[in-house]
Design a protein around this ligand. Structure first.
Ligand SMILES: Nc1ncnc2c1ncn2[C@@H]1O[C@H](COP(=O)(O)OP(=O)(O)OP(=O)(O)O)[C@@H](O)[C@H]1O
Ligand SMILES: [Mg+2]
Length: 363
């Protein structure tokens, strides 16, 4: 039988040698490299004659060598027949790659240890991708934690410190009125008390400024309704004006731009009530009406004379018109002296909803 069979030891050796995306080689019983395939050369950078006879610990980082890792792996392979490990390994040029390594014991038919078969796969790219994904997840987590933290700070500023300052101001007013009754003391204490009032007012103003800076985060994270509720609550405490809010926006999915626009419009409308209306009561209605979204802010204050020339420094209503215009809406004002003030804003749903609906159904 002179015909060369395909499965000879020689052809098997050629096969292993030719594989170039796995490093496949053998170690003798004490861990020295016995043979070397193309994949090993490519992955680790050593030529055959440079590596044969050297101990396989050259593939490990100095830290792993110091920790006795190579020896431990061989011992584990001897004990279990096979050991799998993943970790950073070192190329000839010192660069590192992430390796998945399988070490299997090779024994004689009588069970005597001849050495180890070692198959290594370079998983650096997969590892980098994993690390990248982890970093991304971490960044997202940090961002979310940061936003949560900002909302917490905003709430505490508002609910806690804000209320305490209000109480302090009331106590001070009480003290002020007592001292005023005692003429002699009044002259001396009045300036101090006035200073204190001013200081508290400045503190409240700073507090509001800081909290307002955190508000866009609230709007983005919690959405329009909770942010409006917060604004309204703040307004009621600050000016002692009752606000009835009928906000039925649940059935509308508003876009970020609409959330922001509506928030600022309500904010300006409330500021105007506080500054110009002398009102006892404000009603805010926000609801869907057919294919439109309607916002109404009504107060029972002194109203405005339509002919009253607007001050050159009045930008509130102008800014509001600008925002309404951006959202394709219309704005109207109903007011007469002594008859309150009503702002009505109507937006096409298409312009304020999150997903612009297709115009097919529109007549
Ligand atoms: N709720 C209201 N009740 C009575 N008058 C109002 C009310 N809202 C607005 N006005 C009148 O309309 C005018 C214009 O308001 P607008 O918000 O544009 O300016 P402003 O509040 O005077 O100044 P700013 O630019 O700071 O907002 C006000 O000066 C006020 O006379
Ligand atoms: Mg204004």
């Amino acid at each position: 039988m002179r015909e060369a069979p395909i499965h000879t030891e020689e052809s098997f050796r050629l096969l292993v040698e030719a594989i170039d995306d796995y490093a496949i080689f053998m170690l003798d019983a004490s861990g020295n490299v016995v043979n070397w395939n193309t994949g090993a050369r490519k992955m680790k950078g050593y030529e055959v004659d440079e590596i044969i006879g050297r101990h396989f610990s050259v593939f490990y980082t100095p830290e792993d060598v110091a920790a006795g890792q190579p020896g431990l792996l061989l011992a584990a392979a001897v004990a279990q027949g096979r050991v799998v490990s993943e970790g950073w390994r070192v190329r000839k040029d010192g660069s590192k790659f992430w390796a998945n390594v399988v070490i299997t014991t090779v024994r004689t038919p009588t069970g005597e240890l001849r050495g180890f078969a070692k198959v290594t796969q370079d998983l650096t790219e997969r590892k980098r991708l994993e690390e990248f994904e982890q970093l991304r997840a971490l960044a997202a987590h940090i961002q979310a934690a940061r936003e949560e933290e900002q909302i917490r700070i905003a709430r505490e500023l508002h609910d806690d410190i804000g209320q305490q300052l209000t109480a302090l101001k009331m106590a001070l007013a009480g003290l002020d009125s007592i001292v005023r009754d005692q003429e002699a003391g009044a002259a001396r204490t009045a300036p101090h008390i006035a200073d204190m009032h001013q200081l508290i007012d400045a503190t409240v103003a700073s507090l509001r400024r800081i909290a307002a800076g955190l508000r866009p985060v609230m709007l983005e994270t919690l959405g329009l309704i909770p942010t409006l509720e917060w604004l309204i609550d703040d307004f009621m405490q600050r000016y002692d004006i009752a606000v009835e809010a009928r906000i039925e926006a649940d059935d509308m999915k508003l876009s970020e731009a609409a959330d922001e626009g509506l928030f600022h419009i309500v904010q300006e409308a409330l500021t105007n009530v506080a500054r110009h209306a002398h009102a006892d009561r404000v009603t805010i209605d926000l609801a869907r009406d057919g294919r439109t979204c309607v916002l109404r802010v009504t107060d029972d204050g002194q109203g405005m004379t339509p002919a009253a020339p607007s001050r050159p420094t009045s930008f509130g209503l102008l800014g509001m018109r600008e925002r309404v215009h951006h959202l394709n809406g219309t704005m109207s004002i109903d007011s007469a002296p002594g008859r309150g003030f009503r702002l009505t804003l109507i937006f096409p749903l298409d312009a304020v909803e999150r997903k612009p609906s297709s115009p097919e159904g529109a007549a």
